[in-house]
Design a protein. Structure first.
Length: 167
């Protein structure tokens, strides 16, 4: 099996993508163009601190590691495919943010570079049947509910980190 088609590719790609967000997002949110926006929270939530944002990334990374381990141990290609598709769907969010912002948004460079890789992964594991549909729906609910919850929790983590920093 090619190294690309290994079950551990998705967590690695996720982490590479999120490094772009972790590194650039705090600086990007301090730019004048961002500061002039009316609805700033639609871009990565209310979190402005890279450390607090990293906690959310870590939590999602752990989920992907667990999913990859389950897929590896159980040879579950359907579960892996459903998470690959869910991850790829999130690329659309980055492009939507770029369109609304009318410029660069953190994460869009790695998203663009990963499109061909994700296409290869999805093509390799592709199957469309009722089982895949069920996995896909459940995965989308889990992934996007988790993303929403983490964006609610990260500002609280940021406040806790700021208190820790002062004390």
């Amino acid at each position: 099996m090619s190294i690309l088609f290994h079950f551990w590719s998705l967590p690695i790609l996720f982490l590479l993508h999120d490094f772009e967000e972790i590194i650039v997002m705090p600086l990007w949110k301090k730019r004048k163009k961002f500061q002039n926006l009316k609805n700033q929270n639609q871009y990565f939530g209310a979190t402005t601190n890279g450390s607090a944002f990293s906690v959310g990334v870590l939590e999602e990374f752990i989920i992907l590691l667990i999913v990859s381990a389950i897929c590896q141990l159980c040879h579950n290609q359907t579960l892996y495919l459903s998470f690959c598709i869910a991850y790829t769907f999130h690329f659309l969010i980055h492009y939507k943010m770029c369109y609304q912002f009318k410029g660069y948004v953190p994460g869009v460079v790695t998203v663009t570079l990963q499109i061909p890789i994700m296409f290869l992964l999805i093509s390799h594991y592709w199957q469309w049947n009722f089982k895949m549909l069920v996995y896909f729906v459940i995965t989308m609910i889990i992934v996007y509910t988790n993303l929403y919850v983490m964006h609610q929790i990260m500002p609280k983590i940021q406040v806790a980190f700021e208190r820790y920093m002062k004390g």
